[in-house]
Write a protein that binds this ligand. Structure first.
Ligand SMILES: Nc1ncnc2c1ncn2[C@@H]1O[C@H](COP(=O)(O)OP(=O)(O)O)[C@@H](O)[C@H]1O
Ligand SMILES: [Mg+2]
Length: 329
């Protein structure tokens, strides 16, 4: 049984239970997500939409009243605008594991633990049950991350919970009240770019403070609302301590974001926030208010070539001796 996340809106109570293939969602009366004040009329339905199979149970349970339209269909998921009472929210429906890049999934799964060891073994064995388990872990990773990130002070959509493979969450709207644009869809002044870049760096730092690396951060997975950047798309979130690729992913995440903002403020291009953060993380000095400079001293000592050559010689001699010994038998 999953506890109601503390950042879940007070009027939206539910209890949620996920097992291998079934879900139960117990909904208390009048538990509708509550949103600011944008109304359904802003999101006109342009054509009749067939209700996606996975959203139907949410309609049957009264959590969702109507599917307004499909917002986006990406590599990993399809996102719908849905109406809950008088308000509009986002329903993210995950694609099956077979539709996702397997190689990518394996890299991200490293270091992820299922909540019990039988599930863990099944995941490792890659049986049908194992794949289902991996699917549950993958889907709940995003809902869990949204709750943890919000608690750590990172701006993300509020999660209303994962129900039968559908993540219900707050719809982020832009300054005009419409669905918020992605960074890729907007232009910024150089001052705004510098300010927002610093904001995103502080989000990346706060994530690392709770041991997480986004893993797919870029101008496509950050929305812009009236207060600035909002991070989205977290099913691949990586556990920094348990995943060997975490440092590489952190560097890539920060490089993507920096490259984007440096289109508007070229001076940002020559910064090294990821290396700076990772060094603090490795030294155990990471904290949310760590003052970041973007400067990093890369190690300058040249590799000790003589020592390396010596090691190669030793290994070569050992191998020769081994071959000789084998030949003499
Ligand atoms: N909470 C949200 N509010 C507004 N738009 C969203 C929200 N979540 C997702 N979107 C839109 O849906 C798109 C796809 O969602 P995303 O979580 O990035 O999934 P994918 O894995 O398919 O990229 C995003 O680029 C964004 O435009
Ligand atoms: Mg995305």
């Amino acid at each position: 049984m999953q506890e109601i996340p503390s950042n879940c809106h007070a009027e939206f109570y539910y209890s949620l239970q996920i097992s291998a293939t079934v879900y139960t969602a117990t909904v208390m009366p009048d538990c509708r997500p509550w949103f600011n004040s944008h109304t359904v009329s802003l999101f006109q339905k342009n054509n009749v939409l067939k209700i996606p199979k996975s959203i139907q149970p949410l309609i049957d349970d009264g959590l969702v009243d109507e599917v307004i339209r499909s917002l986006m269909s990406g590599k990993e998921a399809q996102v719908f605008l849905v109406r809950c009472g008088n308000e509009v929210c986002c329903a993210k429906v995950y694609k099956d594991v077979v539709d996702r890049s397997f190689k990518k999934a394996v890299q991200y799964h490293e270091g992820r633990q299922a909540r019990n060891s039988r599930r863990q073994r099944a995941m490792e064995n890659r049986s049908k049950f194992g794949r289902d388990q991996q699917e549950v872990v993958w889907q709940s990773a995003e809902a869990d991350a949204l709750v943890r990130l919000a608690a750590a002070g990172v701006r993300v959509p509020k999660s209303y919970g994962l129900i039968g493979g559908v993540l219900l969450m707050e719809l982020i709207t832009g300054a005009d009240g419409e669905v918020a644009p992605r960074l890729n869809d907007i232009s910024l002044s150089s001052e705004q770019a510098i300010k927002d870049h610093a904001t995103v760096m502080s989000f990346v730092l706060r994530m690392l403070c709770i041991g997480l690396v986004h893993g797919d951060l870029s101008e496509f997975n950050i929305l812009q609302d009236s207060q600035g950047p909002v991070i989205i798309d977290l099913p691949q979130v990586v556990n920094a301590a348990a995943n060997n690729s975490a440092k590489t992913m952190l560097i890539r995440d920060v490089a993507n974001v920096t490259q984007y903002y440096s289109r508007f403020a070229p001076e940002l291009a020559d910064t090294h926030y990821a290396e700076e953060m990772w060094q603090a993380y490795e030294k155990g000095e990471i904290r949310p208010d760590l003052p970041l400079t973007g400067k990093f001293e890369f190690p300058t000592e040249a590799a000790d070539v003589d020592a390396v050559l010596h090691l190669i010689d030793v290994a070569y001699e050992e191998e020769q001796e081994r071959q000789e010994r084998m030949g003499s038998h």
